[in-house]
Structure formats: structure tokens, C-alpha cells
Write a protein that binds this ligand. Structure first.
Ligand code: SAM
Length: 255
């Protein structure tokens, strides 16, 4: 039966790859690289560079596949994602069906497969379709949360305190209520609507890549600077990926 490795590749720096990841890539008959249109082409380019840099096995094939666009019209967010995942699961079935009977395939997943990534759940969906049998394993990678913390040289939590990881959409809907909140997938500048003078922000875009930008400070003081830097970078590159930590309070405040 074919076996699939879901490999976390980190957030854009080829040196984020673990030795476990490199060994799994070299053991694969085929590496599947998603392409998502021009704006995300540089993400596919990072994956290609990783393959060029680390694959020494000449029999490993690189197989690119186009990811369909998510249709949003006349659907709730969840309906639209569910339908999108169903169509990607069909594509995965086709890719795996082309592997040798006991072959190894690998998906290179941005960051870590456990964090705001659906490769695992889509592969489970592909298994449930029942047309092909396969097994899969997961190899962890460096997340954008870790890349953010490393670039700012900070621990993500305050001593003994919890962390919330959420999306820009949720922050807008539910407001800021946990002392340490990491916000991902924010296309709506949700931080600019927090409106709490005690909150600090640690922001980063293109973390781990040569284009990395960071900014930190009291949210009210630096929000405009981040909005401007974000808009300029987006125009320059045609796309942006950014993440931030909102923090209120300090270690040992409760002593
Ligand atoms: C679909 S999620 C994928 C997260 C990924 N699995 C991880 O482990 O970080 C994409 C979001 O991750 C964050 N992200 C990923 N790579 C990043 C990077 N290099 N710099 C800043 N944020 C990044 C952004 O919030 C982006 O909107």
C-alpha cells in the first residue's frame, strides 16, 4: 500500500528543514508541490528550492498540481471550505493513484501540518473516499509562531499564563480577551480595531525569508507604522503573510 509523508518545511527559510524531513524527502518516489496561481508562486518557488537543495535521490520525481480556487459566492465560510476540501481530496486521490503499489509520496507543508493547515484532514477525507488505500505519517516543521518568537527574541507566553492562537476573522468577531493572543491569517488589519492602550504588538511578515520585516511596540504607537509597512510590502511582492502576538501585562504581575 502507498505511504504518504506530510512534511513540515518551516516558513520560508530552507534551513528550517529538519534532518527527518530531508531524509523523508529523499525516500519519496514523488514529492507533490501545490501551485496556487501567480500570487502564491513564490511559495511554490520555496518548495522547489528546498527540493533542489536537499534531494540527492535522482529517482525522486517532483509532481506539481494546481490547487482549485475556493468558491465563496452564496455559501457560508464553512460550506465553502468543506466543498473546497472535497475537491482537493479528489486531486490527492489522483496523485496517490499514480504512485507505485508500495510507493512513498510526500506533501511539503508550509510551517507545521498541525497549525492552520488542512493537508492532514484532506488526506483523511481522501482515505474515506475509499477508491485507493494508503497510510500516512506526519513530520513536524517550524511554525510561523516559532519564527515570530525567534525573530523578536521573546517567549510566546508570560510565566505560567496561557496563549490563544486565533485568526484575524475571529479577533474581529470576538474581540481581544486573552493576555497573549497570536493572530494568523489576518487580511483585515484586525489589530487596528483592538482599542486597548495597554496592549503591545510583536508583528512579523515573510518571517524566515530574506524579505522578513518585523515591528514591535505599544499597539497604539506602532499600528499605523505596521499598516503602512504591510501595504508597501504587499504592493512590492503582490502578496503578504504576516502574524502577530498581542500581549497585555508582564511576567510576575500577580506576585
Ligand atoms: C494557512 S496558515 C499556515 C500556517 C503554517 N502551517 C504554520 O505552521 O505557520 C498561513 C498563515 O500563517 C502565517 N505565516 C505563515 N508563514 C509565515 C511567514 N513566513 N511570516 C509570517 N507569517 C506567516 C500567516 O499568518 C499566514 O496567514
Amino acid at each position: 500500500m502507498p505511504h504518504i509523508q506530510i512534511i513540515g518545511i518551516g516558513t520560508g527559510n530552507p534551513e528550517h528543514l529538519t534532518i527527518q524531513a530531508i531524509n523523508a524527502m529523499n525516500a519519496a518516489d514523488a514529492i507533490f508541490i501545490p501551485t496556487k496561481g501567480a500570487e502564491k508562486d513564490s511559495l511554490a518557488a520555496v518548495r522547489r528550492e528546498i527540493c533542489n537543495r536537499y534531494i540527492a535521490n535522482h529517482s525522486t520525481k517532483i509532481v506539481e498540481f494546481a490547487v482549485p480556487r475556493r468558491v465563496t459566492a452564496d455559501r457560508t465560510y464553512l460550506q465553502s471550505v468543506d466543498e473546497w476540501h472535497a475537491s482537493i481530496a479528489e486531486i490527492y486521490v489522483g496523485l496517490i493513484a499514480n504512485l507505485p503499489p508500495a510507493g512513498e509520496g510526500a506533501f511539503l507543508v508550509w510551517g507545521d501540518p498541525s497549525l492552520y493547515d488542512s493537508t492532514i484532514r484532506i488526506l483523511e477525507r481522501a482515505q474515506k473516499l475509499g477508491s485507493i488505500g494508503f497510510e500516512f505519517s506526519v513530520i513536524p516543521g517550524i511554525t510561523s509562531v516559532q519564527a515570530l518568537a525567534a525573530s523578536h527574541r521573546i517567549p510566546i507566553n508570560l510565566v505560567g499564563k496561557p496563549i490563544e492562537i486565533t485568526t484575524g476573522r475571529r479577533l474581529l468577531e470576538q474581540g481581544y480577551h486573552t493576555q497573549n493572543t497570536v493572530v494568523m491569517l489576518d487580511g483585515d488589519l484586525a489589530f487596528s480595531k483592538v482599542g486597548d492602550p495597554e496592549v503591545e504588538i510583536f508583528w512579523g511578515a515573510y518571517l524566515g525569508t530574506p524579505e522578513e520585516i518585523t515591528c514591535a511596540g505599544r499597539l497604539d504607537d506602532v499600528a499605523d507604522e505596521i499598516i503602512k509597512a504591510r501595504a508597501q510590502a504587499r504592493q512590492r511582492h503582490g502578496w503578504i503573510m504576516d502574524i502577530y502576538l498581542l500581549r497585555k501585562g508582564h511576567d510576575f504581575d500577580d506576585l
